[in-house]
Design a protein around this ligand. Structure first.
Ligand code: ATR
Length: 281
């Protein structure tokens, strides 16, 4: 067994697509190493960290339900963790076990790749939803200087996030959406609506600025109903698959010492897997 080992740990982890993408990079760059699924039940978390050094983990990804619970086991967390309230990647820095959150890097890397220069003239974004994906979008967008209007079914959750992020983020209910769209350069869906098994995101895009970009973080299906509608209206669109791919770049770089590329071949590999496992996707 190789000694260069990284992991995705969660409960369950069987569905994770991360092994496929890190496995692709390991093979592409001829790196002798592994990226392994580790199912850790909540009562197994202490044991996982007690044996962490002994196993020799280089680091890994943390997924549901451990994204907050891992924090007490770490020596340090990055600033993004506080902003996003969750950890998704672990790595060593000297002898310190560090936790970071790379979801906002994935959010930005994806739109930077698909719509280069998008933020040159973008001033305002409307973000739908107030969960973890919304936090990544808000953190990323504020970092690029955009004003964010956060729109959520439960306005109290939007208000809590707006307070958390402070300046430049306002909270709204869904009834405010048409007015917000008319002023937005970017519309981002971070709700689960449109995902396989969920109702579609059913909003009228007519009020949206003509040159606005529409970004859906949902990637199963690859082209959601709202992205299809946006394309038909002539908007530039960004799907969610690239967010998964780009968030993984940082982790791989930390563990294996090489910055991997998000290639067309990698996109195809993941897209084919999604289509194969999700009829109609
Ligand atoms: P995540 O952490 O993955 O982003 P989450 O915390 O479950 O997910 O958040 C899901 C988001 O989808 C929430 O903003 C939720 O709105 P509420 O805060 O009002 O629950 C939104 N959402 C889910 N189903 C919805 C629906 N039928 N209509 C409108 N919004 C919905």
């Amino acid at each position: 067994m190789t000694s260069r080992r990284a992991f995705v740990m969660g409960h369950p982890v069987a569905h994770s697509r991360s092994p496929m993408l890190h496995g692709y990079w390991l093979e592409r760059y001829g790196i002798e190493g592994s990226y392994e699924r580790v199912d850790v039940a909540p009562d197994g978390l202490k044991d996982f960290f007690d044996t962490y050094r002994e196993v020799g983990w280089l680091g890994g990804n943390v997924t549901v339900p451990h994204k907050i619970a891992v924090i007490p086991f770490l020596d340090r967390t990055e600033e993004a963790v506080e902003a996003m309230g969750a950890v998704n990647t672990l790595w060593w820095e000297d002898d310190m076990l560090v936790g970071g959150n790379t979801d906002y890097i994935g959010f930005l890397g994806n739109i930077d790749e698909l719509v280069p220069g998008w933020d040159r003239d973008a001033r305002r974004a409307t973000v739908l939803g107030a969960g973890g994906a919304a936090r990544a979008a808000i953190y990323g967008l504020r970092g690029r200087g955009l004003e964010v209007s956060l729109c959520n079914r439960t306005i109290a959750r939007a208000e809590a996030l707006a307070t958390h992020f402070g300046d430049g983020v306002s909270a709204h209910g869904l009834d405010a959406l048409p007015g917000l769209l008319s002023q937005s350069d970017l519309l981002v869906n971070t709700t689960s609506l449109g995902m396989v098994g969920q109702p579609p995101l059913d909003i009228d895009l007519a009020p949206l600025k003509a040159d606005a970009i529409v970004y859906d973080v949902v990637y199963v299906p690859l082209e959601t109903v709202i992205l299809k509608a946006a394309k038909a209206r002539g908007h530039r669109t960004v799907d969610g698959l690239g967010m998964l791919l780009h968030q993984a770049v940082e982790g791989f770089s930390h563990w294996f010492g090489r910055r991997p590329e998000v290639t067309a071949e990698l996109r195809t590999l993941l897209s084919d897997d999604i289509r194969a496992k999700t009829p109609g996707a």
